[in-house]
Design a binder for this molecule. Structure first.
Ligand code: NAD
Ligand code: MG
Length: 406
């Protein structure tokens, strides 16, 4: 049977100047007969946006969050690709879903911070949320057409990041953390991959996308990044999805969904790949994973607070205000002080987000004031001492820090 020529899909790309956005435009370049770009948005990169608009003949462009939110509800769009980084993408996700437009979602932070809101908006309008994240795309493929009772649990693979085999992480620099072994991505997700918070965020993303509880979502470290998702069946067998380490594959699939578009290049040569290896997560060196599971289990606004605290802490690490191991310590302290609420509307989420960011900034200010008055004391202090720093302007004494030493 010959398939009728599929209609050209009209797509809006939010975050078009970033890593995912540029790869999405690459996909469009090689499938001009299937995709047409009708809207482009950037955070701040006007020059790159202008170049893209000229190349793809796009007149609807936007700079900044408000413009992206307007574009997300473009009346002619068949699909909106949200490739904005961070919780800044949540409003745009909600705008697309509320307008009944399918959402190809790279911006996992939308689901972590506002999972309930996104699901409710999709339910009301009938719009679909199609994951772009490679692991979730893999799981979508493995779960397609399956009866839920035949599935025991789902497993996400993690590359393990640049520090998978490094035992001591105290003196890690931003440059080292930005050197990812298998994926080239934007700076925020690259740091998240180094702390493994990316995988923690993805566990929460998977919870909302596939409806599994946290006991039935696992993680396995797989340094080659060839297997992306695993479905464990009730009978003990497993389905593993494998694909080249190339985000254009899930991007293409999400933009075309539910149709299929063949890739211009060949697939994997497993003979050339050689070996695939798997290992467990080292929770001592990568505490971000447990923090994310805990926030996910607690529910309410905990995931929104986790996500915001992480964004703020990663920013501080990249600008030299916080150590690498300090990222998860600050998040832990922020969650411990979080006053949860029900995320009933966007304001509830934004409030939790803002409170968590303020808490992180307070803890870092305090910590750095102590460090300045007594160089080395905070860097030498253990986790308990770090957590004892209250998110306030008050500067604890050296003694109050040392009390926490073992
Ligand atoms: P990036 O930093 O390379 O790009 C981010 C894009 O968002 C840029 O175009 C930037 O201008 C835009 N942006 C930032 N703030 C904005 C705002 N307030 N309003 C409008 N636009 C804004 O990031 P990335 O690596 O492309 O990641 C984008 C998203 O995709 C993230 O949520 C990330 O977790 C997810 N993701 C990325 C990859 C990857 O391979 N890069 C893989 C899976 C998931
Ligand atoms: Mg991923």
């Amino acid at each position: 049977m010959s398939t009728p020529a599929a209609a050209v899909r009209k797509i809006v790309i939010l975050g078009s100047t970033g890593s995912i956005g540029r790869q999405a435009l690459d996909v469009v370049r090689s499938h001009r007969d299937r995709f047409q770009v009708i809207g482009l948005a950037t955070g701040t990169d006007r020059a790159a946006l202008a170049g893209q608009a000229a190349e793809f003949g796009v007149t609807a462009t936007a700079v900044g969050t408000d413009g992206a939110v307007d574009l997300a509800a473009h009346p002619d769009a068949d699909v909106v690709l949200n490739a904005i980084v961070g919780a800044a993408g949540l409003r745009a996700s909600l705008a697309a879903l509320r307008a009944g437009i399918d959402l190809a979602l790279a911006n996992k932070e939308s689901l972590v911070a506002g999972g309930e809101l996104c699901l409710a908006a999709a339910r009301r309008s009938g719009a679909r949320i199609i994951p772009v994240d490679s692991e979730h795309w893999a799981l979508t493929q493995c779960l397609e057409g399956r009866d839920r009772s035949s599935v025991r649990r789902i497993v996400l693979t993690a590359s393990g990041g640049p520090f998978r085999t490094q035992l001591v992480l105290d003196d890690v620099t931003p440059e080292e953390a930005l050197a990812h072994p298998t994926w080239a991505m934007g700076p925020k997700i690259t740091i998240d991959s180094a702390t493994l918070m990316n995988k923690g965020l993805e566990v929460i993303e998977a919870h909302f996308l596939f409806g599994f509880d946290f006991e039935h979502i696992g993680i396995v470290v797989h340094p080659q990044s060839i297997v992306h998702g695993i479905v464990e069946n009730a009978d003990g067998s497993m389905l593993l999805q494998a694909a080249p380490t190339d985000m254009r594959i899930p991007i293409r699939a999400a933009l075309a969904h539910p149709d299929h578009v063949a890739a211009p290049a060949d697939g994997l040569d497993l003979g050339a790949v050689g070996s695939l290896t798997f290992e467990g997560v080292d929770h001592d060196r990568f505490p971000a994973v447990s923090l994310a599971y805990e926030a996910g289990r607690q529910g309410a606004t905990y995931p929104a607070a986790l996500n915001a605290a992480n964004e703020e802490a990663v920013g501080a690490f990249l600008s030299g205000l916080l150590s690498f191991v300090g990222i998860s310590h600050v998040i832990e302290a922020t969650l411990a002080a979080h006053r949860p609420g029900d995320p009933l509307d966007l304001d509830d989420v934004l409030e939790a987000d803002a409170a968590a960011r303020a808490a992180v900034r307070g803890i870092i200010r305090t910590r750095n004031a102590v460090e300045r008055s007594d160089p080395g004391v905070v860097r030498r202090a253990n986790r308990a001492a770090f957590l004892a720093l209250e998110p306030s302007e008050a500067v604890p004494t050296r003694r109050s820090l040392e009390r926490e030493e073992p």
